[in-house]
Design a protein around this ligand. Structure first.
Ligand SMILES: [Zn+2]
Length: 607
């Protein structure tokens, strides 16, 4: 058992976001209860506690001329000869901090603080290593000089790695209160200021042609955390005009761009709007989200093929092995949260969030692996199989010490913050955005809300209130349902439920009040934008795929829509006739250990 502290960000930001109408709960206020999300979290938690921090420190210590203490070097993207080694460790810092914040897990806390104490020593040894004050990474500072002088190799992205470390340190400072994290982070930020202040905007724009991750986001966040406007000035140097200016005007010029390089810039724009009130930043973030989710997104919620955006609405010809890079969706979910809090009456944002998290993100993890390893891409090619083939072609799961890809890093973050977007609040209301077993400690009102459900296997969820008071409960009624029903204490509530809107209950609550929400599910088609006869199939929010066992499938089979039938009342299991044969279908997220088909040609119409 763990005790829950009362909704405390240990070191809260000095400045609050402006321009928002709803607020996230701190992740210390929500826990997951028994279910698939909690199982994913448990597996990732086991990995976070297993990993040897001396191995993670190897490239930092080696680069900063300290002893590596006999530790073995890592492989994969953290190997001593990998260009942007040390990008991964910031993900561990964030994941450890999140586990401490939500579970008060002291093992994770101690790992994070032990790690930052060692990073402090690395940074302090900069004079001996020949680096500038504040510099910190696993690769030499001369890589930054090479970037500035336009002679860095194409495969190297030093600021991408620096951002990950800074984001991890910020999370350890905020959620654990670790002063070493603060010291190291502010020294790094000062170093970034020093490196970038000498360039004019034109020179800076050239530097920004190389992927730089969430530098604008983290520097804005350091401004919020400290209240020091210096960091906002530094953040704004990372405004990449070539990508962001067309988006400010709603123009889709994403074709050919590396996708995951861009999404963090849009999050940075959302953070800049909340810091400055400048609506150009807001337009960039909103338009980028709109363009990506409508013109570049697959049925499972992901975007990109071979890591790149294609032409607007070009989907059907890109159903390849290397679709839907996981990092892009991790970042799109962060962007979605940023936008929804500005416009909480719209369910569009959380309809998308639900689609991504339910299908792609939960399904990214291998449930048979007790360290919760993940895939990089999500193959949408007919006959795809998770865990097989090269990582960049479908494919294999990450490993303990020989992968350390970007998507493994965002995966350990995702699986330790699954609870962060279920509930939100404003002065008079709680919002229920996602349906999964969980408990909210709404400490501001001395209320707890316990959500019990087997959703999406069942279409019903219950929300039990403990505590009293007059407040509103806003429940997202997804656009995919029709005929949703809400009852209170077993009686029909008469609350209006319109698909694609929030149902609102205003009430003087008493302990034990129970709200039951039924969201009827039906089959739905999710055709590709550019070929309406090529389609994925969903049941409610869940994309379902055909199970082809070990059979080879070379093209999209023809599914007889009228034959689709649910074959289990407890689980999402289905049958249908495709290509003249009876097949079993089940959720995309559970398509593990067999060849699957996500997109179909079709005949007939849905039952
Ligand atoms: Zn990735």
């Amino acid at each position: 058992m763990f005790c829950i502290h009362k909704g405390i960000i240990i070191v809260p930001p000095v400045k609050e976001d402006s321009g928002i109408k709803a607020y996230p709960f701190d992740i210390s206020q929500v826990i997951l209860n028994s279910g698939r999300w909690q199982q994913n979290q448990d597996r990732t938690l086991a990995y976070l506690k297993f990993v040897d921090i001396n191995r993670l420190l190897y490239v930092f210590r080696s680069n900063h001329r300290l002893s590596t203490n006999g530790a073995q070097a890592n492989g994969g993207w953290d190997a001593p000869d990998f260009p942007f080694r040390s990008h991964f460790q910031g993900h561990f810092l964030t994941a450890w901090a999140q586990c401490y914040a939500q579970l008060r897990d002291t093992i994770c806390r101690d790992r994070a603080t032990a790690f930052t104490a060692e990073l402090l020593k690395c940074q302090a040894n900069n004079p001996a290593a020949g680096f500038s004050t504040g510099y910190l990474s696993g690769f030499p500072e001369s890589d930054i000089t090479a970037l500035e002088q336009g002679r860095l190799s194409n495969s190297n992205v030093p600021y991408y790695a620096i951002h990950k470390t800074m984001a991890g340190l910020l999370n350890v400072w905020r959620n654990i209160g670790d002063t070493n994290a603060k010291t190291v982070l502010l020294a790094m930020a000062g170093w970034v200021d020093g490196r970038t202040s000498k360039f004019n905007n034109q020179q800076m724009q050239k530097i920004l042609g190389t992927e730089f991750g969430g530098m604008s986001e983290v520097l804005s966040d350091i401004y919020f955390q400290t209240g020091d406007e210096r960091w906002l000035t530094v953040a704004q140097r990372f405004h990449h005009s070539a990508v962001l200016d067309p988006l400010a005007n709603g123009r889709d010029q994403l074709n050919g761009l590396h996708a995951n390089t861009q999404v963090p810039k849009w999050i940075g724009a959302a953070r800049a709007f909340k810091a400055t009130g400048n609506t150009t930043y807001q337009n960039i973030a909103k338009n980028a989200w709109e363009i990506t989710t409508t013109a570049h997104t697959y049925a499972i919620g992901g975007n990109s093929q071979a890591e790149h955006f294609r032409a607007p609405n070009a989907i059907a010809n890109y159903l390849n092995k290397d679709t839907a890079e996981s990092c892009n969706s991790y970042n799109m979910l962060k962007l979605t949260r940023e936008l929804w809090v500005m416009d909480p009456s719209s369910t569009t944002y959380f309809d998308y969030y639900e689609r991504v998290i339910t299908n792609q993100m939960i399904g990214q993890q291998n449930p048979a692996d007790h360290h919760g390893h993940v895939t990089y891409f999500h193959s949408l090619q007919p006959g795809a199989r998770r865990g097989v083939g090269p990582a960049w072609g479908g494919g294999t799961y990450s490993t303990d010490y020989n992968s350390f890809w970007c998507c493994q890093g965002t995966g350990i973050e995702t699986n330790t913050k699954l609870m962060d977007s279920i509930y939100f609040h404003d002065e008079s209301s709680v919002y229920v955005n996602l349906f999964t077993p969980s408990m909210l400690d709404w400490s501001q009102r001395s209320v707890t809300l316990t959500q019990t459900t087997t959703f999406p296997n069942s279409d019903t969820t219950t929300l039990k209130v403990n505590g009293t008071g007059d407040w509103n409960m806003h429940i997202r009624i997804p656009s995919w349902t029709s005929g949703a029903k809400i009852s209170i204490n077993g009686q029909d509530s008469g609350v209006i439920t319109t698909s694609g809107s929030y149902a609102s209950i205003s009430r003087s609550w008493t302990s034990g009040d129970t709200v039951t929400v039924q969201l009827p599910m039906n089959f739905r088609l999710l055709p590709t934008n550019d070929n309406k006869s090529l389609t994925a199939v969903a049941y409610g929010p869940v994309v379902i795929v055909g199970n082809y066992g070990s059979s080879t499938v070379n093209s999209n089979p023809t599914l007889s829509l009228s034959t689709l039938k649910r074959s289990s009342s407890d689980n999402l299991e289905f049958t249908a006739i495709a290509g003249g044969k009876m097949i079993n279908l089940s959720p995309y997220l559970d398509a593990q250990g067999f060849n699957y088909v996500t997109y179909w040609m079709t005949s007939g119409s849905l039952p």
